[in-house]
Design a protein around this ligand. Structure first.
Ligand code: F6P
Length: 366
């Protein structure tokens, strides 16, 4: 019997979203002759008059190497706490019942939600209200539990590593310290892994509040050994042991989402002030999220899409697809969003970085 299923992409975009959409559409249509519809702009597309489109084999042709998402996305407007303007004031309203009703009107049996922590928490709440959901883990930050890795992360690490390679030559020519700010709000995976791959000298992550003395000592030590330049990689969520995260736009000013940014400038200024070495700041920002996905993310995204359709065929809802080792499995969405996947400061990965001579800014015991 032919079935209709729906898919949406929520939260910040990331490379590999189109690979997932294509994987879902091709396996649903080619293997099962099902119908697939795409909801536009994440859960926003189910608020008010639903915004959706038919997804055919033609509509996903050629999208595998394309960055972004053909469906659009939104990392604002959570339907469980939707901002509504009234008499010049913003009130948060629960629109989940409207979303469930709108979804029923579309005639789809199940919804595949592709997203990070925020999107999957919404999916879980809607599942509890009777909307059959399957989740697919996405985020360049790699901070979701329940899977070895999210898709999009591998591409981001590749982009940052290439940038670090390029910055080495200019840092060396000018005897400068380059301080590179990368994404990673609560988890420092991108900074840590690209820092190791790109031969950084200092890596600052949110999980290890840093000591500027230790950062400056590392740079001085390199100089005394003949390396007059250094590369510092700082996750946007890194902060000094005696300070806090640098916020660019507050939660209240930005519809409920705090925007981080500025830690690299702070660290660079402190280095120049304390040890009089010339610094430059590079903020990689959304370059990390844009452009074509790596082969790894194309394959992972495609496999995730295929697995999500399998789960719907077996009526296994409330599940999230996941990579475990080399296998594509599934876990309860609850277990994925329970807490964030953060770097363990005592892990083998961190120890390897330190064994390679990289400083993670741990306080120096003098
Ligand atoms: O969640 C992924 C992420 O890239 C974070 O690392 C970053 O803080 C945030 O999204 C930026 O979001 P926006 O696109 O709204 O600036």
């Amino acid at each position: 019997m032919s079935r209709t299923i729906a898919i949406l992409t929520g939260g910040g975009d990331c490379p590999g979203l189109n690979a997932v959409i294509r994987g879902v559409v091709r396996s649903a249509i080619l293997e099962r002759k099902w119908r697939v519809i795409g909801i536009e702009d994440g859960f926003d597309g189910l608020v008010g008059e639903p915004r959706w489109r038919e997804l055919t084999l033609d509509s996903v042709r050629g999208i595998l190497p394309r960055g972004g998402t053909i469906l659009g996305t939104s990392n604002r407007g959570n339907p469980l706490a939707y901002p509504v303007e009234e008499n010049g004031e913003t009130r948060l309203v629960d629109l989940s019942s409207e979303v469930v009703e709108n979804f029923k009107r579309l005639g789809a049996e199940a919804l595949i939600a592709v997203g990070g922590d925020g999107t999957l928490k919404i999916a879980l709440a809607l599942q509890e209200k009777g909307m059959p959901m399957v989740g697919i883990p996405k985020t360049i930050d790699n901070d979701l539990r329940g899977t070895d890795v999210t898709f999009g992360y591998n591409t981001a690490v590749g982009i940052v590593t290439e940038a670090l390679d390029r910055l080495h030559s200019t840092a060396e020519s000018h005897h400068r310290v380059m301080v590179v700010e990368v994404m990673g709000r609560d988890a420092g995976w991108i900074a840590l892994e690209s820092g190791i791959a790109g031969s950084a000298d200092v890596i600052l992550i949110p999980e290890i509040p840093f000591d500027l003395n230790s950062v400056c000592d590392a740079i001085q030590l390199r100089k005394s050994r003949g390396s007059k330049f250094s590369i510092v990689v700082a996750a946007e969520g890194a902060f000094p042991a005696e300070g806090q995260k640098v916020v660019q736009v507050t939660e209240a000013e930005n519809r409920g989402v705090e925007r981080l940014g500025g830690i690299a400038a702070y660290v660079a200024d402190e280095i120049t002030r304390r040890i009089q070495i010339e610094t430059r700041v590079v903020v990689l920002g959304h370059v990390q999220r844009g452009g074509t996905p790596s082969p790894f993310d194309r394959i992972l995204g495609s496999r995730f899409g295929v697995k999500a359709v399998d789960l719907i065929e077996k009526d296994r809802y409330g599940r999230m697809v996941s990579l475990q080792g080399r296998l594509i499995c599934d876990v309860d969405i609850v277990d994925a969003v329970d807490s964030l996947n953060r770097v363990d400061p005592d892990s083998g990965l961190v120890k390897s970085a330190e064994a390679l001579g990289i400083t993670l800014g741990r306080p120096i015991l003098r």
